[in-house]
Design a protein around this ligand. Structure first.
Ligand code: FAD
Length: 321
């Protein structure tokens, strides 16, 4: 049976990030690949999370440990993942197109001299192909990898996570893999500072509520934050709002901001320019709220509300409460 290794990202609270589940769903493939969850040096312990991983088809959890400072060395993480891949004979290796996923997987591909598909919106591990969004979301390209092991990163939330009905925590085997000691490389992470873009990271959020130029002032983002807190959403901004100084660049969605793919994207007072759309086009459901019935956003959204955000958002927050 083909085997897929998936690098699992663990949140600061020790829980599995929800965005991993779409990757695990893709990892199973059509023919039911054997799925190995790779966890880097987890201090939190894996017993608490094995049930969740089993529900999405993980059969084996490989906890990678090393004598060096594995957590802070992307080079060492890459060489450890390669060693585990060889040990267990993976046919494919998948992970998230997150900040660390991009960092680690590029190193893995380069060290193995294998091709890599990055930031994919779907992958086919049986066929070793992937679909990527190109030219700011104007086209979708299917890429075929000529490789001995498929390496791909997947855009967070791009693939719908599907649970398996019949797998419980007892079906999962936990293995500790001691990576061979190697040079810990030239890059070392020395500090992680929390960004200013709110509690939920934009690229991982299942729901995003974005304020455009119409928000008029930075303090008015509180209105969106209040609504977002009830929905478990992250708050984003258009470039016009960022350029006007209403929001930091870390909140910007679009061609020169972040690329997001949430289940629900609510654009508040955003006109719907192509450069904004480039960053949120793959959202599952798009809602536009705009006073101008002819705004471009209305030709691109699933649901549109012609109205003033300063009336619609408080009403939505009240209804949600
Ligand atoms: P506007 O276009 O000014 O639209 C504001 C909208 O709010 C209007 O449609 C108006 O009808 C509506 N409105 C006003 N008042 C209200 C109200 N009270 N209630 C409801 N609706 C109201 N843009 C990005 O967002 N992200 C990017 O990454 C990005 N990258 C770019 C890269 C390049 C190279 C270039 C050239 C541009 C880029 N842009 C980007 C800018 C983009 O072209 C638009 O200028 C920008 O997205 C417009 O932001 P906006 O929709 O908030 O503002």
């Amino acid at each position: 049976m083909p085997k897929t290794g998936v690098l699992i990202e663990i949140a600061a609270d020790g829980k599995v990030k929800d965005t991993n589940y779409g990757v695990l769903t893709a990892a199973r493939g059509k023919s039911g690949n054997e799925v190995y969850a790779l966890i880097i040096d987890s201090s939190a312990g894996v017993d608490a999370i094995k049930g969740e991983l089993a529900a999405y088809g993980v059969q084996k959890i490989v906890v990678i440990t090393a004598t060096n400072d594995l957590q802070n060395s992307p080079d060492l993480q890459a060489t450890s993942i390669i060693a585990a891949s060889k040990e267990y004979g993976f046919n494919s290796l998948l992970g998230l197109a997150s900040a660390s996923g991009r960092d680690i997987f590029a190193r893995v591909a380069a060290l193995l001299d294998e091709p890599m598909a990055s930031d994919c919106i779907s992958v086919d591990v049986d066929n070793k192909s992937a679909v990527k969004s190109h030219f700011s979301g104007k086209t979708f390209a299917t890429v075929q990898l000529d490789c001995s092991m498929m390496i791909a990163t997947i855009r967070p939330n791009a693939i719908e996570a599907v649970k398996l009905a019949d797998s419980g925590p007892d079906s999962v085997e936990i293995i500790t893999f001691n990576a061979p000691a190697t040079d810990s490389g030239k890059v070392k992470r020395v500090e992680v500072k929390k960004g200013s873009s709110g509690k939920i990271e934009l690229t991982e959020a299942p729901i995003i509520i974005t304020g455009g130029r119409a928000i008029k002032a930075s303090e008015n983002y509180k209105m969106l934050e209040e609504c977002a807190a009830i929905m478990g959403a992250a708050v984003g901004a258009s470039r016009a709002a960022v350029d006007a100084g209403y929001a930091p660049h870390s909140m910007q969605v679009g061609q020169t901001g972040k690329t997001v793919s949430p289940k629900l994207y609510i654009a508040c007072g955003v006109s719907g320019a192509v450069q904004h759309f480039a960053g949120m086009k793959t959202s599952k459901i798009i809602v536009g709220i705009n006073t101008d019935k002819d705004a471009p956003i209305f030709s691109k959204c699933d649901y549109g509300i012609v109205g003033d955000i300063f009336e619609v958002i408080p009403a939505l927050t009240k209804a949600l409460k």
